[in-house]
Design a protein around this ligand. Structure first.
Ligand code: SF4
Length: 295
């Protein structure tokens, strides 16, 4: 039985307003949603996707453009998955929804050797199923629940273990070029989402039903960022700001900055004549002539 939502406290209302502001700004900054869009919200049953759906439903009521929302969950047949929870919740909030059933769990268990992390293949299969649904149901935007901390973690994972300066874009085209994927929680901090999800008492579904091992690299990066944040509050926010304020000319990738063209861009050296004109223009004023004294 899903408990009825309690009356929101003052703090929860303020937090909701803050999250709506962040999501609204993110949507506007990246032109994520346009008139007539059919937005598919991917729901896993975790705090992030519940929060995403909740905030989008609330923004939809006052948005300057009209768009549709459809919530979609992929039931991957993990042992113990409480299949009744999401349908019950979604029917309660009155949003159109679909539950897709596909036993990716058995496939992943069969293919990945014991003790190895299952997440790579599992995510690829999930993505494939969701993209297929989007293509068959006239979905124009696929909304995912990744937040600011996910994006910064991914940046460091790529930096430390992949030798690439790459994070997660708030809006992107899928690899096959057929879907626009949006991450409207990109400006929101995980701790705020967690507090909001607790306050709203979303019926969370445990995320370890698959029995996958944690990705140790991600765990290490998460810990590093948490420790930094404790020592220097605001550091994660600052790192995220840097992702929106990139200066390719001060990095080292010739694919993103025309280093070779700098020679052509240089101003012509100034001539002797120009130097004289400049010297005259910037010469200190002559001292004023002494005033004649009255006799
Ligand atoms: S944690 Fe489990 S459900 Fe999530 S991606 Fe990894 S294997 Fe799949």
């Amino acid at each position: 039985m899903i408990p009825a939502a309690a009356k929101p406290s003052h703090t929860l209302k303020r937090l909701g307003a803050q999250l709506r502001g962040e999501v609204g700004k993110c949507i506007a900054d990246y032109r994520m949603i346009s008139e007539g869009d059919r937005v598919m919200v991917c729901l896993s049953g975790g705090k992030d996707s519940y929060t995403l759906l909740d905030i989008l439903l609330s923004l939809k009521r006052s948005a300057p453009v009209s768009f549709e929302l459809i919530a979609v969950n992929l039931d991957q047949k993990h042992p113990g998955f409480p299949a009744h929870v999401l349908p019950q919740y979604l029917a309660g909030v009155g949003v159109p929804f679909r539950i897709i059933e596909q036993d990716t769990y058995s496939v992943v268990k069969r293919v990945i050797p014991q003790g190895r992390t299952l997440c790579g293949l599992c995510s690829r299969l999930r993505r494939g199923a969701l993209y297929r649904f989007a293509a068959e149901n006239a979905v124009t935007k696929i909304a995912l629940g990744h937040h600011r901390d996910d994006i910064v973690e991914t940046l460091f994972l790529n930096l430390f273990f992949g030798g690439r300066l790459k994070a997660m874009a708030p809006k992107l085209l899928s690899d096959d070029g057929r879907h626009v994927v949006i991450r409207p929680l990109a400006y929101a901090a995980e701790r705020d989402i967690a507090r909001y999800a607790r306050g709203r008492a979303f019926p969370l579904i445990p995320c370890k039903l698959c029995g996958s091992q944690d990705n140790m690299q991600r765990v290490a990066v998460k810990k590093m960022l948490r420790d930094w944040e404790q020592e220097f509050p605001g550091r994660t926010e600052s790192i995220f700001s840097a992702l929106r304020n990139v200066e390719p000319g001060h990095l080292a990738d010739p694919r993103h900055f025309d280093f070779a063209g700098l020679d052509r861009a240089r101003l012509a050296p100034i001539s002797e004549h120009d130097e004289e004109v400049l010297a005259a223009a910037f010469a200190p004023p002559l001292p004023a002539a002494p005033r004649p004294q009255p006799a």
